[in-house]
Design a protein around this ligand. Sequence first.
Ligand code: CP
Length: 304
Amino acid sequence: VNHLLGIKYLTKEDIDLIFETADQFKEVINRPIKKVPSLRDITIANLFFENSTRTKLSFELAEKRLSADVINFSASQSSVKKGETLIDTVNNILSMKVDMVVMRHPNPGAGVFLSKHVNASIVNAGDGAHEHPTQALLDSYSIREKLGTVKGKKVVIVGDILHSRVALSNIYALQLQGAEVMVCGPQTLLPKYIKDLGVKVETNLKKALEWCDVANMLRVQNERMDISFFPSTREYTQQFGVNKELLDSLNKEIVIMHPGPINRGVEITSDVADSKQAIILNQVENGVAVRMAVIYLLASKIKQ
Ligand code: CP
């Protein structure tokens, strides 16, 4: 495979290889000189058609720490605004001798579409409500780092499952590695096909937290939903927000994750987000090593 379009297309062996490679890069980026010369002959374009803080900067750092040449493209400042198509845009960029495209796009399937129409390695950095594969990889990598293994762990994904690319990619990644997966959220924010994915479903947050080893808290994606969606923000926080009091009422300490950006006080309170139980910034730190591994492994196929 010359692309990373979704976790759906990976095997357990692919994930193991990515994590073993990421272990080596994590050691590299903790050295005083955080770079390796591996990809001096590779040029990568980062195409962001949707806003991003973590993913965009993490990919750029990962590429620079591998010594690749990097160009950044933001749709809002480009000729996309003049009506240029996605394929024309990317083919123009590729004619400047670019080898790999990292793309975030609001449309589900945009990465798959692009991979069929252009001659470059495509990395999906989030496509609408479909998949966010590198987020799921860094999430599993962070669970493995914190708990020693993903296999056999109980992970609940809490919140707006319906609009979440992070949820779908995490479900695929966790199941491939032998974790038990539960989703917890309001009925209106659970997709109708959720049971077909082989996950447990719970609408009572306390019961979900009592069951799990790890809770991955998602943001309610207001930008992807109609105003009439139930519940309101206040009702959502009352029923599905995690706070310190709720965590203290459990008879164990669970690991708290969040892909970011956080809506503090909505899905998670600050005293939880900033607590020792939370590994939110470790996730961000691990994202660079995991993305270095993904890019390095794909680039090694370009060079063959
Ligand atoms: N987790 C994540 O994708 O964050 P950004 O939208 O800031 O990239």
